[in-house]
Design a protein around this ligand. Structure first.
Ligand code: BT5
Length: 248
């Protein structure tokens, strides 16, 4: 079924392999269209680096947005999109009870557990933003996960109304923030994202690069949204999320 959110064409499915894959299939090079694919279930939901995103039926927001002809730098996008999700989720919860965090570069965390994740892919001349957020708890989800309806101040257990509400508000915020990012730069987002990091300045972390383990202290985020850390020998290095595995 096709509906609209602003000037976005929204394609809704009962079940699909992956919303990111479906949006690639719908991509038409000649059309500069803003597409959203959303599904009640994903049978082959994808995380980063070929990991899986568990996507049981009527349990989460599984959605992708395609931005055609987007030539700009994309490295900062996971951080900006994750921050946008956090801002959106804050609207649904009682701020005094729930606090959301960004685990660099793309995880949404609350109560020490993973609530959602962001997967950005480049496809032809478009960028695909995939977002998964657990809404209604389900036995199939990992023990390390949490769903919005498990949070104290959360009252809405109706999947369809909750999912559509999150989708609508997220689309509006995403569009607004992407416009701001491309017209005013990343400064505001970097500053704001640092306030939500699970690893604020000074946190000790361990990361693996080229099979070697390093101990380091977080300094902050770089202009590109990479994690800046200080090694034990005081040298400051910038981590690329594609190259390193960060252990917090
Ligand atoms: C992510 O990957 O966190 C990105 C997830 C993006 C999912 C969306 S859903 C819509 C769109 N279509 C897709 O096919 N994907 C996107 P990563 O940082 O690699 O985290 C993956 C890890 O999170 C897994 O290895 C599990 O440990 C854990 N995990 C899997 N499913 C989960 C879930 N539902 N809730 C919490 N953690 C989960």
């Amino acid at each position: 079924m096709k509906i609209k959110i602003g000037d976005w064409d929204v394609f809704q499915y009962e079940s699909i392999d992956s919303t990111n894959e479906e949006i690639k299939r719908r991509y038409i090079a000649s059309e500069n269209k803003k597409l959203i694919v959303v599904s009640n279930e994903q049978t082959v939901g994808k995380g980063r680096h070929k990991r899986k995103w568990i996507s049981p039926k009527n349990s989460g927001l599984y959605a992708s947005w395609s931005l055609c002809n987007y030539p700009r730098e994309v490295e900062i996008l996971p951080v900006v999109v994750a921050l946008t999700c956090i801002k959106c989720l804050e609207e649904f919860s009682d701020e005094k009870k729930e606090k959301y965090f960004l685990k660099w570069p793309n995880d949404l965390i609350t109560a020490g557990k993973k609530l959602g994740g962001v997967l950005i892919e480049k496809y032809k001349n478009s960028i695909i933003i995939g977002i998964g957020i657990n809404l209604i708890s389900n036995d199939m989800l990992p023990l390390t996960s949490i769903s919005l309806n498990q949070l104290n101040s959360f009252k809405n257990n109706d999947f369809v109304s909750l999912r559509n509400d999150v989708l609508f508000r997220l689309t509006i915020k995403l569009e607004d923030n992407l416009n701001q990012l491309y017209s005013n730069g990343s400064g505001r987002f970097l500053k704001e994202a640092q306030e939500y990091l699970t690893t604020p300045r000074g946190t000790s972390i361990r990361f693996i690069k080229d099979n070697t383990v390093f101990n380091a202290k977080v300094v902050g985020l770089s202009q590109e949204g990479r994690l800046k850390v200080e090694l034990e020998n005081k040298k400051v290095v910038i981590l690329n999320s594609e190259e390193v595995s960060v252990n917090l």
